[in-house]
Ligand binder design. Structure first.
Ligand code: GDP
Ligand code: GDP
Length: 436
């Protein structure tokens, strides 16, 4: 589980420029695998061997010039609640603005670590101009030019320095699946959980999670033992009324990162929308198992909207990762709740499975031989050996003489074949081609 760093600040100070720089190296790796960029506001970064998640809070508001101050204020408040550390970006070109003062006022009250970063310090003169930011009352600041990259190393040093020490993950003495129930506000998450587990009667133990905010609660229902990941924040706070993407994403990040399988609850009467998609890709990006529950199915006119049509539409939205179970449920009438739980357990098992190397070669090599990667510039590409890596998340490596010539379509072909033969339903997998 990672620390979460939120980048806050008013529009145009350079948040997204800096964010992109932070996640660049890792994203490059991910993108070469999936071929698609997903969420441009959430990513993972690494510095000096420490990994952390980054959220660009500004990325969730569109039309940056006419945002209400109140909106930014809410974002900062939520970032303060949900993140482990806050990077407050200001702009030396503009100097201190009233909005900067507002944000500083909120941040001065915070006990979580805050790093003040003066951006756009592109030259030595601006280094002098930065002095005025002492007036924000947040103490020391660091300067950088997010655009050229100068000073960003020092900023990263500081970020890593202020991140709270994460307690050792109590590697579950007994291996129980960790499920996170996620989704937009009002999709029916709490109703689903209540319908499934009732009035806390089935609580076995309450284990404090790995950070102060993540709680695993162990349950035993219908013969299945599992942990539900909840964030204390969700329980503690008044229900969020606003239906902003930012809220559901921010609130889901920690639970998703902490889980094995995400149960994504969507509202059947609204369909699979932008927010649902963001949360889906958040789970996929974290390589978590996924089950989609189309909830409130009791409200849908069945003759106008069949499950087949509905399912097809969702699969179009989540392509190319379509090998995901989709169930039509109702938390209200308790329709198919047991099936939902069963499916989540199955996805957990799928994600955990390990394929013996000899069997894997015996199965995959003939398929590859039958349909090898296309030759490039007269060179034949040969794959001689393959294996599943001993990683917690399914990863497969195929050793080839010229791996650099194997393109994405072939990778997808291999993934599809692999999914046809083995059951990885609901599980993101990674495939690499490497030099033998
Ligand atoms: P955001 O709204 O806070 O996410 O800001 P952006 O990252 O979109 O940047 C706003 C503008 O400032 C863009 O035109 C960037 O090119 C520019 N910018 C970002 N970082 C720097 C920097 O270090 N120096 C200068 N001179 N411009 C920058
Ligand atoms: P959450 O914000 O995702 O936790 O959503 P809630 O569980 O609070 O549900 C939001 C609203 O939808 C409440 O009024 C629920 O009673 C209602 N609701 C939840 N599940 C269902 C369902 O399966 N069918 C119907 N008809 N209403 C539901």
């Amino acid at each position: 589980m990672n620390n979460i760093v939120a980048i806050v600040g008013r529009p145009n100070v350079g948040k997204s420029t800096f964010f992109n720089r932070l996640i660049q190296r890792r994203e490059a790796i991910v993108d070469s695998v999936s071929g698609v960029t997903r969420d441009r506001n959430y990513g993972k970064s690494e510095w000096n061997g420490k990994e952390f998640s980054v959220i660009d809070t500004g990325g969730y508001i569109k039309g940056s010039d006419d945002i209400f101050e109140a909106e930014i204020r809410k974002q900062v408040e939520l970032a303060i609640d949900e993140a482990d550390a806050i990077v407050f970006l200001v702009d030396v070109e503009e100097g201190i603005t009233p909005m900067d003062n507002e944000v500083a006022k909120l941040l001065r009250k915070v006990t979580k670590p805050v790093l003040l970063v003066v951006n756009k310090v592109d030259n030595a003169k601006r280094e002098q101009d930065a002095f005025e930011f002492y007036n924000l009352g947040l103490g020391e600041y660091v300067t950088m030019s997010g655009m050229s990259g100068s000073g960003t190393g020092e900023v990263l040093d500081k970020i890593v320095e202020i991140l709270p020490e994460l307690p050792e993950v109590e590697e579950a003495t007994e291996e129980l699946p960790r499920f996170a129930v996620v989704g937009r506000p009002n999709a029916g998450k709490s109703s689903f959980i209540n319908a499934l587990i009732g009035e806390d009667r089935f609580v076995v133990t309450d284990i404090a999670g790995t950070t102060r905010d993540a709680i695993d609660t162990k349950y035993n229902r219908f013969g299945f033992e599992f942990n539900l990941v909840d964030t204390a924040g969700i329980r503690r706070k008044a229900k969020v009324k606003e239906d902003l993407e930012f809220y559901s994403v921010m609130r889901s990040v920690r639970a998703i990162e902490h889980s094995d399988v995400c149960i994504l609850v969507i509202d059947a009467t609204r369909g699979f929308e932008g927010q649902d998609q963001s949360i889906f890709w958040l789970a996929e990006k974290n390589r978590k198992g996924i089950v989609i529950l189309v909830n409130k199915w009791d409200l849908v006119e069945k003759d106008t909207m069949t499950t087949v049509q509905y399912e097809k539409k969702i699969r179009e939205e989540i392509a190319p990762f379509t090998d995901v179970p989709i169930l039509f449920v109702s938390a209200l009438t308790k329709q198919r709740l047991l099936k939902a739980l069963e499916t989540a357990v199955e996805v957990y098992e799928n994600r955990k499975q390990r394929i013996a190397t000899s069997k894997f070669n015996d199965t995959m090599l003939p398929i590859i031989e039958h349909n090898p990667p296309p030759a490039i510039k007269g060179k034949y590409i040969k794959i001689k050996y393959c294996m599943q890596l001993p990683t917690p998340v399914p990863q497969f490596v195929f050793f080839a003489n010229l791996p650099q010539y194997i393109k994405d379509p072939y990778k997808r072909y291999v993934e599809n074949k692999l999914r046809e033969i083995y059951n990885f339903e609901g599980v993101p997998i990674e495939i690499y081609f490497r030099q033998k």
